[in-house]
Design a protein around this ligand. Sequence first.
Ligand code: DX5
Ligand code: ZN
Length: 223
Amino acid sequence: MSHLVAPSILAANFNRLEEDIAMVNASQADWLHVDVMDGVFVPNISFGQPVVKAMAATCQKVVDIHLMITQPERFIEQFAEFSPGYLSFHIEATHHAHRVCQQIKACGIKAGVALNPHTPVTQLYDILEDVDLVVLMSVNPGFGGQKFIYRTLEKITTLKEEIISRNLDTLIEIDGGVGLHNAEKILEAGANVLVAGSSVFKSENPTETIERLKNTGIGKLQF
Ligand code: DX5
Ligand code: ZN
């Protein structure tokens, strides 16, 4: 399978969300990444359910919700209502990651688990079979426009080897500081999904940037 591109709406112009989602709809993007922040788990607040509901209604791509909120178990059903393709929460934000995965799946949604830069991928190993998507944060969550943390590349490789050795089809998504300058390296390390906020929406031609991200590494062997 070729890799997937997920523009992050956090970097869009919130005065014209509908137009920016229409751009994503018409582009080669595979998913739309939607960041929900609570001002507690991360030092920033983005938007909540009413805005996510409106965006999901307009979006024709797979909606990929990334919850950066404490005790995500409180809100799973509410976000599942918007029929995202994937609903991800942070392993650091709950005592019961396995239970939250089950809670998401009980809603008929694929479960994602996000890991902060300081969290080793081994923390996931005992629940890996129950996880559809691993979101490896390549910046500290909370803000767009930060620099990619290169140590993430080793985390991708380690996790990819583990997924392959267990014959799983868990996807690896990389979130933060991803752009045309590093996409190829990230894909070579074994990532499946590229989240791209600023590199898409702050570029001169977002549609073309999405296309270039989509075509990165095409024709090269991926494992
Ligand atoms: C950061 C968010 C990211 C963010 C990425 O907390 O989880 O999804 O939108 O933005 P860029 O691509 O600008 O680093
Ligand atoms: Zn995100």
